[in-house]
Design a protein around this ligand. Structure first.
Ligand code: PMV
Length: 320
């Protein structure tokens, strides 16, 4: 094993999915983008034998058997298996401004920052593809059958066109795009929603297949619309995809009411982002109407914010 550095901090962004969530698990393309909410992970030496993980005032030993920090534990264990366990334990400190269970990629951002910071702390140069692979073993811990879209969006930043077989391609943006992100305040588990969708597929295989093909087609159209600056068309695609998500059972009456409330003359479109069942909604505001729309929404949903795409992916926070 190479010599250890004193302390390493890496940070990684959360994400929104603009088109294709759930269908991406079943093979379609999807489009995601990094947002300006980040998780930051610092790795240092404990000076003792044991390793620990801390976040939001809670600390757990790496070897403890309870479920706290299961994702991070899976990643640390994997990295120790790949690169060798250091003689002194490591302290992993996580801070994040991405609400967990909100559909905004909180666990992926923590996984990416942990994989990068610990790899570098152990004296190895983290390559993007290896970070994606290592961070994914944490995601598998949280939701069994992840497509990998959250991890790839967090590592690369910007906007990506993603397919679970062919991976991520950057979408070249020649102008920025602003979305309003509205957190419903309701946490949920991605794994439960992914399982619910798998049941729906079993019930209506033919129609589900058509919707997956539609998600594939419209993801490619999203790329066209953002590169060509056709925001009305992008908004129409978002509304259409919301209807698909509703049919597969991941919307709720309160998300439907929220979407209804944000589809005003100030917006082109709105949809769930991520697994649904709660979590967050994204809205595409019309030009110069974003502040107005935020004001309208923030009265009932205080965790709402405007986010400009593109945003940076994985980055180092202290001089290495
Ligand atoms: O966990 P979330 O809410 O960010 O959703 C991830 C997107 C899904 O398509 C629902 C699952 C996946 O692994 O792609």
């Amino acid at each position: 094993m190479k010599s250890e550095i004193k302390s390493v901090t890496a940070s990684a962004p959360g994400k929104i999915i603009i088109c294709g969530e759930h269908f991406v698990v079943h093979g379609s393309y999807a489009v995601a983008a990094a947002i300006d909410r980040r998780a930051s992970v610092t790795v240092s030496s404990t000076g003792e034998k044991d390793s620990s993980i801390s976040s939001r005032g809670l600390t757990a030993s790496l070897d403890s058997k309870h479920g706290l920090f299961a994702t991070t534990k899976a990643i640390v264990t994997r990295i120790f298996a790949d690169y060798g366990k250091p003689s002194n334990g490591v302290r992993i400190y996580i801070s994040s401004d991405i609400p967990s269970g909100s559909g905004l990629g909180s666990s992926a951002a923590v996984s990416v920052a942990t994989a990068a910071a610990l790899t570098k702390f152990l004296g190895h140069q983290p390559e993007e593809s290896k970070i994606c692979e290592t961070a994914s073993c944490g995601e598998k811990e949280v939701h069994g059958n992840p497509s990998g879209i959250d991890i790839h969006a967090s590592v690369s930043g910007g906007m990506i066109l993603f397919n679970k077989n062919s991976g991520a391609k950057p979408v070249p943006l020649n102008r920025s795009i602003q979305f309003l992100v509205v957190y419903s305040g309701r946490q949920r588990k991605t794994s439960e929603l992914v399982s619910k969708v798998a049941l729906k597929k079993k019930e209506s295989p033919k129609f589900f297949e058509r919707l997956t093909e539609a998600a594939n087609f419209f993801s490619l159209e999203v790329v066209e619309s953002v590169t060509g600056g056709d925001l009305p068309y992008l908004g129409a695609i978002m509304n259409m995809m919301q209807a698909s998500l509703s049919w597969i059972g991941v919307s709720t009456s309160s998300l439907d009411a929220l979407i209804e409330a944000v589809l005003t003359e100030d917006s082109y479109g709105a949809k769930i982002t991520g697994a649904g069942g709660g979590g967050s909604v994204i809205v595409l505001p019309k030009a110069d109407r974003a502040d107005q729309l935020l004001k309208h929404v923030a009265a009932n949903y205080k965790d709402s914010f405007l986010c400009t795409i593109p945003q940076e992916g994985l980055r180092w926070e202290n001089p290495q």
